[in-house]
Design a protein around this ligand. Structure first.
Ligand code: NVA
Length: 311
């Protein structure tokens, strides 16, 4: 599929995209990155409302600056209106924003809110992170891997840490794209069973391997190791911090693990909790592509926005 043909109506979850659509989005993101001036009027005269129920640095800034680079206008809506569905119904939020905005970007606590926004808005909705998925991040990650490895289908990717929104999106996209994926997490921190089954089916269809294990010794012969916080936003509980640190300690991503895997790249969606899920030394090392990943958030999201507005 050529970059001109990719069209989306929403970007809600990773499983809505086929392999060819994902590859087209990755190609489009790289093309926008190389030739931003070719796309600087795509959102001319358009406004995007950005709802953030949770904190953000990269997502907020990359959407705002990215929309600006496409010639559009971004409006940040923080928590001044309270949680979605509390002060007014999610459906009313969606209908009101549709009166003014040409698209809605939303970072929310619950995937149900994303679904509710998409159901009731008359404009496209983009998931900027929820409890289940972080599709913009995973798309940026595969853009980053495409830039670093000539053949994505040969890349062996491992995620070590908490089974969370970031690993859910990664495993679904990896399985769709045909990338071998190993998820190593402590017992009790696995993804939901439904998502595991979905990933297994996608991996079977694409002919890739999907391994889920609690055994850190499963790491070996991986090209890329990815990690994320051990405690996601909204799950913080100071009384459990010591227990979390003890449970996850064997799953820290550090130089020793990278050497065992003979891995050439470490990825992290950030914010990083240095000396917890990743060592400072590794995060700051030559193996780390975390800032390339961060920059690619903007180009990946701009590819999504271009695909939404090419209808
Ligand atoms: N899993 C993390 C990702 C942050 C970008 C969280 O949800 O807090």
């Amino acid at each position: 599929m050529s970059k001109e043909l990719i069209q989306l109506s929403n970007f809600l979850a990773d499983d809505q995209l086929t392999k060819s659509e994902l590859l087209a989005l990755i190609e489009l993101a790289i093309n926008i990155k190389k030739n931003p001036e070719d796309y600087n009027q795509v959102l001319a005269g358009k406004s995007v409302a950005m709802i953030f129920e949770k904190p953000s640095l990269r997502t907020h800034v990359s959407f705002d600056m990215g929309i600006n680079k496409l010639g559009g206008h971004a409006l940040y809506l923080g928590q001044q209106n309270g949680k979605l569905g509390e002060r007014e119904r999610v459906s009313d939020y969606a209908k009101n924003l549709s009166c003014f905005a040409d698209a809605i970007v939303a970072r929310v606590f619950s995937h149900e809110s994303i679904k509710g926004l998409a159901e009731h808005a008359s404009v496209p909705v983009v998931n900027a992170l929820c409890d289940l998925y972080h599709p913009c991040q995973a798309l940026a990650d595969f853009v980053t891997l495409s830039e670093n490895y000539p053949d994505l289908s040969q890349v062996k990717l491992a995620y070590v840490g908490d089974g969370n929104n970031v690993s859910n999106s990664l495993m679904i996209m990896a399985a769709t794209l045909g990338v071998d994926f190993t998820l190593v997490c402590p017992q009790g921190c696995e993804p939901e069973q439904g998502l595991i089954e979905k990933t297994q089916k996608l991996a079977q269809a694409s002919g890739s391997k999907f391994i889920l294990t609690n055994d850190i010794d499963a790491i070996g012969q991986q090209d890329v190791i990815y990690t994320d916080t051990w405690v996601s936003m909204g799950d913080e509980d100071p009384s459990k911090k010591a227990a979390v640190l003890a449970k996850f300690a064997p799953y820290q991503v550090n130089h020793a693990l990278m050497a065992k895997a003979q891995a050439t790249t470490v990825l992290h969606c950030q914010p990083a909790h240095l000396e917890e899920e990743i060592t400072t030394e590794l995060f700051d090392s030559e193996l780390s592509k975390v800032f390339q990943q961060a920059e690619n958030r903007m180009w990946a999201q701009n590819a999504v926005l271009v695909a939404l507005f090419s209808n």
